[in-house]
Design a protein around this ligand. Structure first.
Ligand code: SAM
Ligand code: SF4
Length: 427
């Protein structure tokens, strides 16, 4: 999401006459886009600010700004604690950037952290910063209304709002015209996408179908689905289109219904497993990934075991796993005690990671001997002699280079696998 936002920021500034540079030493303006979901993301940013502060000594008129969620969370306070900063700009104020930069250039500290109920940057054509030119993000909504008790996102990104579908479709068309072959539709909870026009309502299943219908050569992915909202209707539409990727990222967070309730996730363990069953039945070839939080307030060993057993039962192909990190201002920080000791959080996380490593290895071994359609993203990072791409299931495949180009689709027979990659030959 931050990559997509940075592309909007670049677009706004390019329109105002600025150029993007790859070399930080050439920059007259440095903007650091930030995440606030966990404290370590913020600590890394503070480290980055320190690391670049010497640049100001060499270049007196250099301006440095902090943008995104951390700017929204800490606001003006950042200008006092991080004296090197000239600007603090929240995620809904990017249209104001040219003005704010001018203010900073005139020697004033510039701040805008107003959140909006409407801003979706719908009309802005992002300047793509990805390196492969094949796969791109397309933001379809902003903000979140869910209020999971551990999560800072609703506070720093504001209320949920959906983007006009016409602008989404136009953006995808434009991407196809310049060679892109895959888009990932982005939102904190894509299942609650809703666009109302003259009493006609477009939900996410219809939007996804419309985007997929634009061109069979464009693969469509999406992230993130919420288990409480993912419907059979959506799954049926995914099954119907070859170019809607057969991969769903469905964050479970915990396998214990008691913890899920405390997290305000609005589903139970049984509900989650029912959704997994629906996915397996309606889209048998679908891969499944998740996010898990370990050591949430009051989590017992039984709750932890429930998380492990849910992971086994769901058979995740991939997972992002985190130790619970209390974020000030959230309901969990206000109401619950962060009472699982750090050592136990770490032990539980290690246990989770080793289980997921087994599940991921099993999932890859299962693919050996099968043939997949792979969208080529470029030359393999490890060897010039190999090409690299991904299956519809979002698994990375490498295979010996043939007379093929990035952006081509190729059928690959999987011959073996490593812990992260499928290896095969094009057929
Ligand atoms: N909207 C998505 C959803 O609901 O699944 C995810 C958004 S969040 C930015 C990404 C992930 O960060 C979450 O799924 C959760 O696992 C993790 N996360 C959020 N807040 C956290 C916290 N306070 N401590 C640890 N992990 C957290
Ligand atoms: Fe955070 Fe929950 Fe919204 Fe995801 S759905 S962004 S975890 S509040």
């Amino acid at each position: 999401m931050n990559v997509a936002d940075s592309e909007i920021v670049v677009s706004i500034l390019v329109k105002a006459g600025y150029n993007l540079t790859d070399n930080i030493n050439d920059a007259g303006l440095i903007l650091i886009n930030t995440c606030s979901v966990r404290d370590n993301a913020e600590q890394r940013i503070l480290g980055r600010i320190k690391a670049i502060s010497h640049l100001k000594k060499r270049k007196k008129d250099l301006k440095i700004g902090l943008i995104g969620c951390m700017a929204e969370r800490l606001k003006e306070e950042l200008l006092e604690t991080e004296q090197v900063l000239d600007m603090v700009v929240g995620p809904d104020a990017y249209r104001e950037l040219p003005l704010l930069v001018a203010q900073a250039e005139a020697g004033h500290k510039a701040v805008n952290v107003l959140l909006s109920r409407e801003e979706t940057y719908a009309d802005i054509s992002p300047v793509r910063m990805d390196k492969n030119g094949v796969s791109s993000f397309v933001s379809i909504m902003r903000g979140c209304n869910n209020m999971c008790t551990y999560c800072v996102v609703p506070y720093v990104r504001g209320a949920e709002r959906s983007r006009n579908p016409v602008t989404i479709m136009n953006e995808v068309e434009e991407l196809f015209q310049v060679g892109y072959r895959e888009v990932t539709l982005l939102g904190q909870n894509v299942d609650s996408y809703k666009w109302v026009n003259n009493k006609e309502v477009m939900g996410f299943p219809e939007l996804l179908e419309n985007v997929a219908g634009l061109n069979p050569l464009i693969r469509v992915r999406f992230s993130t689905s919420h288990p409480k909202d993912i419907s059979d209707d959506l799954l049926q539409r995914i099954a119907r289109y070859d170019n809607i990727c057969k991969h769903i990222h469905l964050p479970a967070q915990s396998g214990s219904s008691r913890i899920l309730k405390l997290m305000n996730r609005e589903y139970s363990r049984e509900w989650y497993l029912d959704r997994v069953r629906a996915i397996r039945t309606i889209i048998p070839e679908c891969s499944l990934s998740t996010d898990m939080i370990t050591g949430f307030c009051t989590e017992t060993i039984e709750d932890h075991k429930d998380s492990l057993s849910l992971m086994e039962l769901a058979g995740f192909d991939f997972a992002y796993m985190f130790k619970y990190n209390e974020r000030s201002g959230t309901k969990a920080a206000r109401k619950y005690k962060d009472d699982v000791p750090e050592k136990i959080k770490s032990e539980r996380l290690s246990e989770m990671i080793s289980l997921q490593n087994k599940l991921s290895a099993r999932s890859k071994k299962h693919d050996v001997g099968k043939t997949f359609e792979v969208l080529i993203e470029g030359v393999s990072k490890r060897s010039e002699a190999f090409l690299s791409g991904r299956t519809s299931q979002n698994k990375v495949v490498v295979f010996p280079r043939a007379s093929l180009n990035k952006g081509d689709y190729v059928k690959v027979l999987i011959e073996r696998c490593t812990s992260a990659t499928l290896i095969g030959k094009s057929i």
